[in-house]
Design a protein around this ligand. Structure first.
Ligand code: 13P
Length: 294
């Protein structure tokens, strides 16, 4: 099923689990993600950022491909623009056929963030798409040092923000960051703040920077109210490692077989992650009547 994020995240919110949102730049990843969701009877979100779209994963190609894969399975699959920051990129994604968009105006002041988010949320809703927003600011992991508390999301401000923007889910800053943390560094998450945010907002909350956060942090974040976890760096690293291993084992391996190895390796990684965050088993598996995905 090709759907927006709205209903699947409300389901996760009501039932206390989280859905993976995975950055994806090619067919092998898209197939790995959809297959994993089908085998785990889980909802899933596929993310592409404007930078990834411009560099390689063109929206005009990704959207119909992902819609086609999603329509072959009975589990909900959403396709979301990750970190859309300007009108041009967001409306481009809408025209390509994404089912959901994120507007990230978290580097602006509160009023400008409200203004920009409200505009995109109303546009998205008029087209049957969901809208994710960010308040507070999730930074880069290379700069992480567990001290950037002034960038964390303020629960009172968040309540006003959601009421005024009508976004469907909110990315909160509680201590994670995007990318690879310095060696040996494990982020310290502000679970008290997350609990306050969940109580104040009573809506689906999003954790960006899922990579390198550690299983304990991820489990606790879900228990405290996170319903969508964005993962990019760890899965990309894993896919690359599987390819490197396959080529080391057989230096003459066929190009397509390297891709298939990566696809299978990523699928297993995603399935384990889905079990960790509790999204497995909520939807029914019925064998597709269409072409086989694998
Ligand atoms: P990571 O690369 O740290 O997993 O972050 C992904 C993300 O938050 C994309 O929006």
């Amino acid at each position: 099923m090709y759907v927006s994020m709205k209903e699947m995240l409300l389901h996760a919110h009501r039932n206390g689990y989280a859905v993976m949102a995975i950055n994806c730049t090619d067919m092998e990843q898209a197939k790995a993600i959809v297959q994993a969701a089908r085998e785990e009877c889980s909802a899933v979100i596929i993310n592409v950022s404007p930078r990834q779209m411009k560099a390689h994963a063109f929206g005009e190609i990704m959207a119909p491909m992902i819609r086609g894969l999603a329509q072959e399975v009975d589990v909900p699959v959403a396709f979301n623009l990750d970190h859309g920051s300007n009108y041009e990129d967001i409306t481009h994604a809408m025209r390509c056929g994404f089912s959901s968009v994120m507007i990230d105006s978290s580097s602006y002041g509160f009023e400008e963030n409200v203004r920009r988010t409200s505009l995109i949320a109303s546009l998205a809703h008029s087209m049957g798409m969901s809208c994710e927003a960010e308040l507070g600011h999730v930074g880069q992991a290379v700069e992480a040092d567990n001290t950037k508390i002034d960038l964390y999301t303020n629960p009172e401000q968040a309540k006003e923000f959601v009421e005024r923007t009508e976004c469907d889910c909110l990315a909160v800053a509680i201590g994670t960051a995007h990318g690879s943390y310095p060696k040996g560094f494990v982020p310290r998450l502000d679970f008290d703040r997350l609990t306050l945010l969940k109580t104040a907002l009573d809506m689906p909350l999003v954790l960006h920077g899922g990579s390198g956060a550690g299983e304990d942090n991820i489990r606790r974040a879900v228990a405290c109210g996170i319903n969508k976890i964005n993962v990019c760096t760890d899965l990309f690293k894993h896919g690359r490692q599987v390819m490197a291993d396959a080529m080391k084992k057989n230096p003459d391996i066929d190009y397509m077989d390297v891709n298939i190895a990566a696809q299978n390796g990523m699928k297993d990684y995603i399935k384990a992650y889905m079990r960790l965050i509790g999204s497995s088993g909520w939807y029914t598996f019925e064998k597709s009547t269409g072409p086989e995905l694998d």
